[in-house]
Write a protein that binds this ligand. Structure first.
Ligand SMILES: [Zn+2]
Length: 305
Protein backbone atom coordinates (compact mmCIF):
# COMPACT_ATOMS: atom_id res chain seq x y z
CA UNK A 1 0.00 0.00 0.00
CA UNK A 2 1.37 3.36 -0.95
CA UNK A 3 1.11 7.09 -1.08
CA UNK A 4 1.76 8.50 -4.53
CA UNK A 5 3.70 11.73 -5.08
CA UNK A 6 2.76 13.18 -8.45
CA UNK A 7 4.78 15.94 -10.03
CA UNK A 8 6.28 17.14 -13.29
CA UNK A 9 9.23 19.30 -14.14
CA UNK A 10 6.99 21.50 -16.34
CA UNK A 11 5.39 22.85 -13.16
CA UNK A 12 8.70 24.47 -12.20
CA UNK A 13 8.92 26.23 -15.55
CA UNK A 14 5.73 28.30 -15.15
CA UNK A 15 7.08 31.82 -14.67
CA UNK A 16 4.46 34.37 -13.54
CA UNK A 17 7.02 37.21 -13.46
CA UNK A 18 9.75 38.35 -11.07
CA UNK A 19 8.60 39.11 -7.51
CA UNK A 20 5.41 37.07 -7.98
CA UNK A 21 4.69 35.10 -4.77
CA UNK A 22 3.53 32.03 -6.75
CA UNK A 23 7.10 31.36 -7.86
CA UNK A 24 8.96 28.28 -9.11
CA UNK A 25 10.86 28.39 -5.79
CA UNK A 26 7.75 26.95 -4.13
CA UNK A 27 8.06 23.61 -5.92
CA UNK A 28 11.84 23.61 -5.44
CA UNK A 29 11.28 24.17 -1.69
CA UNK A 30 9.18 21.00 -1.55
CA UNK A 31 11.47 18.94 -3.77
CA UNK A 32 14.57 20.03 -1.86
CA UNK A 33 13.04 19.46 1.57
CA UNK A 34 11.31 16.09 1.22
CA UNK A 35 14.44 14.04 0.39
CA UNK A 36 15.90 15.24 3.71
CA UNK A 37 12.82 14.02 5.60
CA UNK A 38 12.25 10.48 6.72
CA UNK A 39 9.33 9.93 4.36
CA UNK A 40 10.79 10.44 0.88
CA UNK A 41 11.63 6.76 0.31
CA UNK A 42 8.11 5.74 1.26
CA UNK A 43 6.51 7.82 -1.51
CA UNK A 44 5.90 6.32 -4.94
CA UNK A 45 6.69 8.99 -7.49
CA UNK A 46 4.71 9.47 -10.69
CA UNK A 47 4.82 11.99 -13.51
CA UNK A 48 1.76 14.13 -14.13
CA UNK A 49 0.22 13.71 -17.59
CA UNK A 50 -1.22 16.60 -19.58
CA UNK A 51 -4.96 17.04 -19.02
CA UNK A 52 -6.91 16.75 -22.27
CA UNK A 53 -9.23 19.38 -23.64
CA UNK A 54 -12.16 17.01 -23.06
CA UNK A 55 -11.19 16.63 -19.38
CA UNK A 56 -10.95 20.42 -18.94
CA UNK A 57 -14.33 20.93 -20.65
CA UNK A 58 -16.13 18.98 -17.95
CA UNK A 59 -15.27 21.69 -15.40
CA UNK A 60 -14.84 24.78 -17.58
CA UNK A 61 -16.73 26.54 -20.34
CA UNK A 62 -15.30 25.64 -23.76
CA UNK A 63 -14.96 29.26 -24.77
CA UNK A 64 -12.90 29.95 -21.66
CA UNK A 65 -10.53 27.10 -22.52
CA UNK A 66 -10.12 28.60 -26.00
CA UNK A 67 -9.29 31.96 -24.39
CA UNK A 68 -6.53 30.41 -22.25
CA UNK A 69 -5.05 28.37 -25.12
CA UNK A 70 -5.02 31.33 -27.49
CA UNK A 71 -3.60 33.67 -24.82
CA UNK A 72 -0.56 31.43 -24.22
CA UNK A 73 2.43 33.47 -25.40
CA UNK A 74 5.51 32.20 -27.21
CA UNK A 75 7.51 34.97 -25.52
CA UNK A 76 6.94 37.54 -22.81
CA UNK A 77 3.99 37.72 -20.43
CA UNK A 78 0.21 37.82 -20.87
CA UNK A 79 -2.16 38.67 -17.99
CA UNK A 80 -5.44 36.74 -17.72
CA UNK A 81 -6.36 38.82 -14.66
CA UNK A 82 -4.27 41.27 -12.61
CA UNK A 83 -2.74 38.39 -10.57
CA UNK A 84 -2.68 35.60 -13.15
CA UNK A 85 0.09 35.71 -15.67
CA UNK A 86 1.09 33.37 -18.49
CA UNK A 87 4.55 33.00 -20.00
CA UNK A 88 5.76 30.45 -22.57
CA UNK A 89 5.73 27.41 -20.23
CA UNK A 90 2.57 28.30 -18.31
CA UNK A 91 0.02 26.45 -20.42
CA UNK A 92 1.92 23.18 -20.18
CA UNK A 93 2.35 23.62 -16.43
CA UNK A 94 -1.38 24.26 -16.03
CA UNK A 95 -2.22 21.18 -18.11
CA UNK A 96 0.17 19.08 -15.97
CA UNK A 97 -1.36 20.47 -12.77
CA UNK A 98 -4.87 19.48 -13.86
CA UNK A 99 -3.56 16.18 -15.24
CA UNK A 100 -1.89 15.35 -11.92
CA UNK A 101 -5.26 15.11 -10.16
CA UNK A 102 -6.57 12.85 -12.92
CA UNK A 103 -3.51 10.64 -12.48
CA UNK A 104 -4.09 10.55 -8.72
CA UNK A 105 -7.72 9.54 -9.20
CA UNK A 106 -6.70 6.73 -11.56
CA UNK A 107 -4.14 5.50 -9.02
CA UNK A 108 -6.58 5.37 -6.10
CA UNK A 109 -9.45 3.85 -8.10
CA UNK A 110 -7.27 1.13 -9.62
CA UNK A 111 -5.74 0.36 -6.22
CA UNK A 112 -2.23 1.22 -7.37
CA UNK A 113 -2.04 3.74 -4.51
CA UNK A 114 -4.00 4.29 -1.30
CA UNK A 115 -3.84 8.04 -1.70
CA UNK A 116 -1.94 10.64 -3.66
CA UNK A 117 -0.44 14.10 -3.30
CA UNK A 118 0.03 16.31 -6.36
CA UNK A 119 3.03 18.64 -5.96
CA UNK A 120 2.14 20.98 -8.80
CA UNK A 121 1.62 24.59 -9.77
CA UNK A 122 -0.11 26.78 -10.87
CA UNK A 123 -2.78 26.38 -8.22
CA UNK A 124 -6.41 26.02 -9.22
CA UNK A 125 -9.12 26.74 -6.67
CA UNK A 126 -9.79 30.37 -7.69
CA UNK A 127 -10.38 29.46 -11.36
CA UNK A 128 -14.11 29.62 -12.07
CA UNK A 129 -16.15 28.03 -14.87
CA UNK A 130 -15.29 30.87 -17.25
CA UNK A 131 -12.66 32.96 -15.49
CA UNK A 132 -8.97 32.79 -14.52
CA UNK A 133 -8.30 34.36 -11.15
CA UNK A 134 -5.84 34.57 -8.27
CA UNK A 135 -2.84 32.77 -9.88
CA UNK A 136 -5.16 29.99 -11.19
CA UNK A 137 -5.86 29.03 -14.83
CA UNK A 138 -7.65 25.69 -14.60
CA UNK A 139 -9.39 24.43 -11.48
CA UNK A 140 -7.28 21.33 -10.90
CA UNK A 141 -9.38 19.79 -8.13
CA UNK A 142 -12.63 20.44 -10.04
CA UNK A 143 -11.24 18.91 -13.24
CA UNK A 144 -10.38 15.85 -11.13
CA UNK A 145 -13.82 15.65 -9.51
CA UNK A 146 -15.54 15.83 -12.91
CA UNK A 147 -13.22 13.13 -14.22
CA UNK A 148 -14.04 10.83 -11.26
CA UNK A 149 -17.75 11.27 -11.96
CA UNK A 150 -17.32 10.50 -15.63
CA UNK A 151 -14.71 7.74 -15.53
CA UNK A 152 -15.57 6.00 -12.24
CA UNK A 153 -19.24 6.99 -11.84
CA UNK A 154 -18.49 8.58 -8.47
CA UNK A 155 -21.81 9.69 -6.96
CA UNK A 156 -20.56 11.54 -3.86
CA UNK A 157 -17.29 13.46 -3.88
CA UNK A 158 -16.09 15.65 -1.01
CA UNK A 159 -13.66 18.48 -1.69
CA UNK A 160 -11.97 19.84 1.44
CA UNK A 161 -10.16 23.15 0.94
CA UNK A 162 -7.98 24.37 3.81
CA UNK A 163 -6.12 27.02 1.82
CA UNK A 164 -6.31 30.38 3.63
CA UNK A 165 -8.28 31.84 0.72
CA UNK A 166 -11.85 30.85 -0.05
CA UNK A 167 -12.08 28.40 -2.96
CA UNK A 168 -14.46 30.58 -4.95
CA UNK A 169 -13.72 28.79 -8.23
CA UNK A 170 -14.55 25.35 -6.88
CA UNK A 171 -17.72 26.72 -5.30
CA UNK A 172 -18.67 28.35 -8.61
CA UNK A 173 -18.19 25.15 -10.60
CA UNK A 174 -20.19 22.93 -8.20
CA UNK A 175 -22.71 25.48 -6.90
CA UNK A 176 -25.62 23.56 -8.44
CA UNK A 177 -24.19 20.05 -8.10
CA UNK A 178 -25.26 18.25 -4.91
CA UNK A 179 -23.05 15.25 -5.78
CA UNK A 180 -20.09 17.35 -4.66
CA UNK A 181 -19.77 18.48 -1.05
CA UNK A 182 -17.47 21.50 -0.90
CA UNK A 183 -15.97 22.41 2.51
CA UNK A 184 -13.71 25.45 2.81
CA UNK A 185 -11.98 27.12 5.75
CA UNK A 186 -10.62 30.58 4.97
CA UNK A 187 -9.57 33.90 6.43
CA UNK A 188 -12.41 36.43 6.28
CA UNK A 189 -12.68 39.25 5.45
CA UNK A 190 -9.91 38.63 2.91
CA UNK A 191 -9.24 37.91 -0.76
CA UNK A 192 -11.32 36.94 -2.76
CA UNK A 193 -14.12 38.19 -0.51
CA UNK A 194 -16.54 35.34 -1.31
CA UNK A 195 -17.84 32.47 0.78
CA UNK A 196 -19.08 33.97 4.03
CA UNK A 197 -22.61 34.49 2.70
CA UNK A 198 -23.06 31.28 0.71
CA UNK A 199 -25.85 29.05 2.04
CA UNK A 200 -26.31 25.58 0.58
CA UNK A 201 -26.75 22.03 1.82
CA UNK A 202 -23.65 20.91 -0.10
CA UNK A 203 -21.39 23.92 0.54
CA UNK A 204 -19.88 24.35 4.00
CA UNK A 205 -17.95 27.58 4.30
CA UNK A 206 -16.14 28.36 7.55
CA UNK A 207 -14.82 31.94 7.62
CA UNK A 208 -12.09 32.56 10.20
CA UNK A 209 -10.90 35.94 11.45
CA UNK A 210 -7.30 37.12 11.05
CA UNK A 211 -5.22 35.86 13.96
CA UNK A 212 -7.05 32.50 14.24
CA UNK A 213 -4.79 30.02 16.04
CA UNK A 214 -4.32 26.35 15.29
CA UNK A 215 -6.52 25.40 18.26
CA UNK A 216 -9.32 27.66 17.03
CA UNK A 217 -8.95 26.26 13.52
CA UNK A 218 -9.21 22.71 14.86
CA UNK A 219 -12.36 23.56 16.85
CA UNK A 220 -14.00 25.07 13.77
CA UNK A 221 -13.01 22.16 11.53
CA UNK A 222 -14.15 19.57 14.08
CA UNK A 223 -17.42 21.38 14.79
CA UNK A 224 -18.54 22.29 11.28
CA UNK A 225 -16.70 20.31 8.64
CA UNK A 226 -16.17 16.84 10.13
CA UNK A 227 -19.92 16.29 10.82
CA UNK A 228 -20.80 17.42 7.28
CA UNK A 229 -18.22 15.05 5.82
CA UNK A 230 -19.43 12.13 7.94
CA UNK A 231 -23.09 12.76 7.02
CA UNK A 232 -22.19 12.97 3.32
CA UNK A 233 -20.16 9.72 3.36
CA UNK A 234 -18.12 10.50 0.24
CA UNK A 235 -16.88 7.81 -2.16
CA UNK A 236 -13.85 9.94 -2.95
CA UNK A 237 -12.17 12.71 -0.98
CA UNK A 238 -10.24 15.46 -2.75
CA UNK A 239 -8.19 18.07 -0.90
CA UNK A 240 -7.27 21.58 -2.00
CA UNK A 241 -4.13 21.68 0.13
CA UNK A 242 -3.01 25.26 0.49
CA UNK A 243 -0.47 25.95 3.22
CA UNK A 244 -0.86 29.73 3.32
CA UNK A 245 -2.74 29.66 6.65
CA UNK A 246 0.68 28.90 8.21
CA UNK A 247 1.92 31.41 10.76
CA UNK A 248 4.95 32.27 8.60
CA UNK A 249 3.00 32.90 5.41
CA UNK A 250 3.67 36.37 4.02
CA UNK A 251 0.26 36.78 2.34
CA UNK A 252 -2.18 35.96 5.17
CA UNK A 253 -2.73 36.30 8.90
CA UNK A 254 -3.80 32.93 10.31
CA UNK A 255 -1.48 31.10 12.73
CA UNK A 256 -1.45 27.42 11.79
CA UNK A 257 1.65 25.30 12.29
CA UNK A 258 2.88 22.04 10.82
CA UNK A 259 1.15 19.92 13.49
CA UNK A 260 -2.17 21.53 12.58
CA UNK A 261 -1.71 20.37 8.98
CA UNK A 262 -0.87 16.88 10.18
CA UNK A 263 -3.98 16.93 12.40
CA UNK A 264 -6.38 18.15 9.73
CA UNK A 265 -5.03 15.64 7.23
CA UNK A 266 -5.61 12.81 9.73
CA UNK A 267 -9.20 13.93 10.24
CA UNK A 268 -9.76 14.05 6.47
CA UNK A 269 -8.10 10.69 6.03
CA UNK A 270 -10.39 9.14 8.64
CA UNK A 271 -13.37 10.23 6.55
CA UNK A 272 -11.81 8.68 3.45
CA UNK A 273 -11.08 5.47 5.37
CA UNK A 274 -14.65 5.27 6.71
CA UNK A 275 -16.62 5.75 3.51
CA UNK A 276 -14.29 5.97 0.52
CA UNK A 277 -12.06 2.91 0.99
CA UNK A 278 -9.29 5.36 1.76
CA UNK A 279 -9.46 7.07 -1.65
CA UNK A 280 -7.96 10.51 -1.09
CA UNK A 281 -6.23 12.76 -3.63
CA UNK A 282 -4.69 16.02 -2.47
CA UNK A 283 -3.41 18.81 -4.69
CA UNK A 284 -1.20 21.73 -3.73
CA UNK A 285 -2.87 25.13 -3.78
CA UNK A 286 -1.24 28.12 -2.03
CA UNK A 287 1.59 28.41 0.50
CA UNK A 288 4.07 31.22 0.02
CA UNK A 289 6.54 30.85 2.86
CA UNK A 290 9.44 29.24 1.04
CA UNK A 291 11.01 28.42 4.41
CA UNK A 292 7.92 26.57 5.69
CA UNK A 293 6.31 25.01 2.63
CA UNK A 294 8.50 21.88 2.65
CA UNK A 295 7.82 21.08 6.30
CA UNK A 296 4.09 21.75 5.85
CA UNK A 297 3.92 19.30 2.95
CA UNK A 298 5.92 16.79 5.00
CA UNK A 299 3.37 17.05 7.85
CA UNK A 300 0.52 16.58 5.35
CA UNK A 301 2.20 13.53 3.80
CA UNK A 302 3.02 11.99 7.19
CA UNK A 303 -0.69 11.83 7.92
CA UNK A 304 -1.41 10.36 4.49
CA UNK A 305 1.22 7.62 4.80
ZN1 LIG B 1 -4.36 30.69 -0.96
Amino acid sequence: MATAFIHHRDCELHDPGAQHPESPARIRAINDYLPTSGIWDRLVRHEAPLASREQLCRAHDENYIDVVFSAAPSEGYVYLDPDTCMSPHSLNAALRAAGSVIKGIDLVYTGEADNAFCSVRPCGHHAETRRAMGFCMFNNVAVGACYAKDRYAAKRIAIVDFDVHHGNGTEDIFRHDPSVLFCSTFQHPFYPGSGADTRSDHIVNVPLPAGTSGAQFRDAFEGEIVPALNDFAPELVLVSAGFDAHENDPLAQLRLREDDYEWVTRRIREVADNSAQGRLVSVLEGGYSIASLGSCVEAHLKAML
